[in-house]
Design a protein around this ligand. Structure first.
Ligand code: SAH
Length: 391
């Protein structure tokens, strides 16, 4: 087999377009390139207009404007040893964080200097998510590390944000959900067919916070997926939690999560449907909750979706505010990388004005620390979560 680290050629930048690399930003857009990127998944060398070598990059495969992601800088050699060193550094950070769970994000792409590569570990199963085809030829190296250095019994690959079923890279695909532990809670993770890599580890600390705040509350969990926030709330003493999700398998996982934690499964607490419509019906029926969690999928995936996406955040938060009892708490989230905290705050303010409710921001939260963000690349800060009090 040919060396998957060998560059297929050199791509020169247009004059002056190396400035962002000088700030250690790892992305190059098509407009910055003077040469076409050679076809195929092989890495390329990147040079300034004057020929000075700037590093090595992996080609983007989305066909969008993001053309190259830097994996090595200056004369640094992109090879198996460098990949291995990055993986080791990522694993060492997770040990250092002493996370009270057997499920962690082992590799968070740009945040671990492995652009376009995500690895979540669920007990002894690792799930690799590749955002670029360029990672494909490197997965033998990656899965050998996960097996030999991390002791993972199985390594699976999910491509395209979990829209395709998993492919086995090493070991055997588990039969049925993998059970993980998070603090004193247990969750079933569908690593083969679930969303993304199977579970939303980024919300770990926010789940925990909801558990701390939920005693005695009635809880509405909009966009519940496998019920993580509801389980945390009920374990924290909530009186009742209602999960709403459009996906039948997601709600099936949520029921399984309840059973795993010894919680009673009442059918009325698992509502399948469009969260916008279900919330409107609840408003019409005069329902009220003490704590509402709003954690939708990314509404803004491209710049062109921004206006509609922000409208979506405004609308769903408007329904959430109408459903909040006086003095209630709202945890509202956005996982759109293209919507920053100000964008989410603006959408929430518009909703608050429409609802005629005052909103107090208590905590500006984000993803758990096993999701590091490179200071040079703030665009990869995907999750924002605002914890609010609604008098
Ligand atoms: N809060 C969850 C993660 C949510 S992911 C957790 O902590 O684990 C987003 C979820 O929204 C997915 O489960 C998806 O099935 C669901 N979803 C997407 N569009 C929806 C809609 N219009 N109405 C209800 N659920 C929707």
């Amino acid at each position: 087999m040919s060396d998957p680290f060998a560059p297929s050629g050199t791509v020169r930048l247009r004059p002056g377009r190396e400035a962002s690399l000088g700030r250690r930003h790892p992305w190059l857009y098509r407009g910055a390139l003077a040469d076409p990127v050679p076809a195929g998944p092989a890495p390329v060398l990147v040079a300034a207009a004057d020929g000075r070598r700037l590093g090595t990059a992996l080609p983007g495969s989305s066909g969008g404007s993001l053309a190259l992601r830097m994996v090595a800088w200056g004369g640094e050699r992109w090879d198996a040893a460098l990949l291995r060193a990055r993986l080791e550094r990522a694993a060492e950070l997770r040990r250092r964080l002493t996370i009270d769970s057997d499920a962690v994000r082992l590799v968070h792409a740009e945040g671990d200097s492995l652009p376009g590569l995500v690895i979540d570990r669920y007990a002894d199963v690792a799930v690799v998510e590749t955002y670029e085809a360029a990672w494909r030829p490197l997965l033998d190296e990656v899965s050998a590390f996960l097996r030999d250095a991390c002791g993972c019994a199985a390594v699976l690959e999910r491509e395209g944000a979990g829209r395709e079923p998993a492919r086995v890279l090493s070991g055997a695909a588990p039969v049925g959900p993998v059970v993980i532990r998070e603090g004193r809670l247990a969750f079933p993770v569908d690593v083969v067919g679930g969303q993304k890599t199977g579970f939303f580890l980024d919300q770990r600390d926010n789940r925990h916070r909801v558990g701390e705040l939920a005693a005695g509350c009635t809880v509405l969990n909009l966009f519940s997926y496998s019920g993580g926030f509801a389980v945390a709330a009920l374990a924290g003493g909530a009186r009742r939690a209602v999960n709403v999700d459009a996906s039948r398998p997601a709600l099936e996982l949520a029921r399984a999560a309840y059973r795993l934690n010894g919680l009673t499964v009442a059918e009325d607490d698992f509502v399948r449907g469009d969260a916008f419509a279900v919330a409107r019906e609840m408003v019409a029926a005069g329902a009220r909750f003490d704590l509402v969690v709003v954690d939708p999928p990314a509404f803004v995936r491209r710049q062109g979706e921004r206006r509609r996406g922000l409208d979506g955040y405004r609308d769903v938060n408007l329904q959430a505010l109408r459903l909040l009892a006086p003095g209630g708490l709202l945890l509202t989230c956005s996982c759109s990388a293209l919507v920053d905290e100000e964008g989410l705050r603006g959408a929430l303010l518009a909703a608050a004005l429409d609802a005629g409710r005052e909103v107090l921001l208590l905590e500006w939260r984000g993803a758990a620390p096993d999701h590091p963000v490179a200071l040079a690349c703030p665009e990869t800060r995907h999750l924002k979560a605002l914890l609010c009090r609604v008098p």
